[in-house]
Write a protein that binds this ligand. Structure first.
Ligand code: NAP
Length: 305
């Protein structure tokens, strides 16, 4: 794994990938790299304009594969369901789901269903999307789900009394909570896939410090990232490794291998013990199923029937 680059991505011809937030930053570079290796990539974006611009840019690179835009707003579960229905109407199988989209320290706001925006988009929206696409993932041998977490998960804590912004808004605390939620989800999904005897695997990834638009609301973070950051193409490598490397481990978590996992090429990343806590994972899962109405393995059975 010493210097794994996008050149190491195995041929993706004939495979279909969905990348959320594919119009910018790490998501754009992930989509481009997969398309260059032959995949058909669905750019799952909330803005038609920004999504179309990204699609044009990818097409201008004349990749071996192809791309298309499908609209998805993770801040609204109705939009997530509409996206899934549009996907089922067109595709039988899904090889790669990249849960990449994210918001960081925005002004206080809520999703359509009343979750604090960061928790709602980063965790709940992706939870529902993954559950709804489970049956398509089950159709593809060797399919994978990669969910983006962050170094910020290390300081995160899931406060079940503050997922809907019940307490005074602390933007960074809420971001850390959401990125811990993402990693708990990635690890718990792998446990449940294994228990259900499914072939699909779930992994987590983080990009260290990467210069993207994510930090648009954060002056301090902007300065730190600006000083010490990966380009978006390098920041996408842990995601691409988790998504495609033959030796990536089911349930594994990958990030940059440099000092403090801030920069560099992919390597196994440190998972804090609280991200593996089974009790928190089960409680989070039950809450998310109830809030979204998406019951993972029931969806697979219902659609197979
Ligand atoms: N950059 C870093 O240093 C860093 C560090 C740790 C983790 N991460 C994680 O990496 C992932 C990608 O972030 P990035 O750095 O590439 O940020 P970015 O450049 O801001 O890209 C974020 C993407 O998410 C999309 N998005 C935001 N809200 C959405 C919603 N409601 N529905 C659908 N899409 C939505 C954005 O769409 P719009 O363009 O329409 O806003 C954009 O395409 C995130 O999960 C982030 O938490 C990044």
């Amino acid at each position: 794994m010493s210097t794994w680059t996008s050149d190491h991505i195995p041929d993706q011809t004939g495979r279909t990938a969905v990348v959320t937030g594919a119009n910018a930053g790490i998501g754009y570079e992930t989509a481009l790299a997969l398309a260059k290796k032959g995949a058909h990539v669905v750019l799952a974006c909330r803005s038609e304009q920004r999504g179309t611009d990204a699609l044009r840019q990818i097409e201008a690179e004349q990749p071996a594969g192809s791309a298309e835009l499908m609209l998805l707003d993770l801040a609204d579960l109705d939009s997530v369901r509409t996206f899934a229905e549009a996907f089922w109407a067109k595709y039988v199988r899904l090889d790669l789901l990249i849960n990449n989209a994210g918001v960081m320290v925005p002004p206080e706001s809520k999703t359509a269903q009343g979750f604090e925006l960061q928790f709602g988009v980063n965790v709940i929206g992706h939870f529902a999307l993954t559950g709804l696409l489970m049956s398509a993932l089950a159709e593809a041998p060797g399919s994978r789900v990669v969910t983006l977490s962050s170094l910020a998960h290390r300081q995160g804590r899931i406060d079940f009394d503050n997922l809907r912004g019940e307490k005074e808004y602390k933007p960074m605390r809420e971001y850390m909570q959401s990125k811990l939620g993402d990693l708990i989800f990635a690890i718990e999904l792998q446990r449940r896939l294994e228990a259900a005897g499914q072939d699909t695997i779930s992994l987590g990834a983080h990009p260290g410090f990467t210069a993207t638009e994510l930090q648009r609301h954060s002056g301090l973070w902007n300065t730190l990232v600006g000083l010490w950051s990966n380009t978006p193409a390098v920041g996408a490598l842990p995601t691409l490794y988790a998504a495609t490397a033959p030796d990536a481990e089911p349930g594994g978590y990958y990030g940059p291998r440099g000092v403090f996992e801030a920069r560099g090429h992919p390597a196994p990343a440190k998972v804090m013990p609280h991200a593996r806590d089974r009790q928190t994972a089960e409680r989070l899962w039950a809450m998310a199923e109830e809030a979204t109405g998406v019951h993972f393995f029931h969806e697979v059975l219902a659609q197979a029937a």
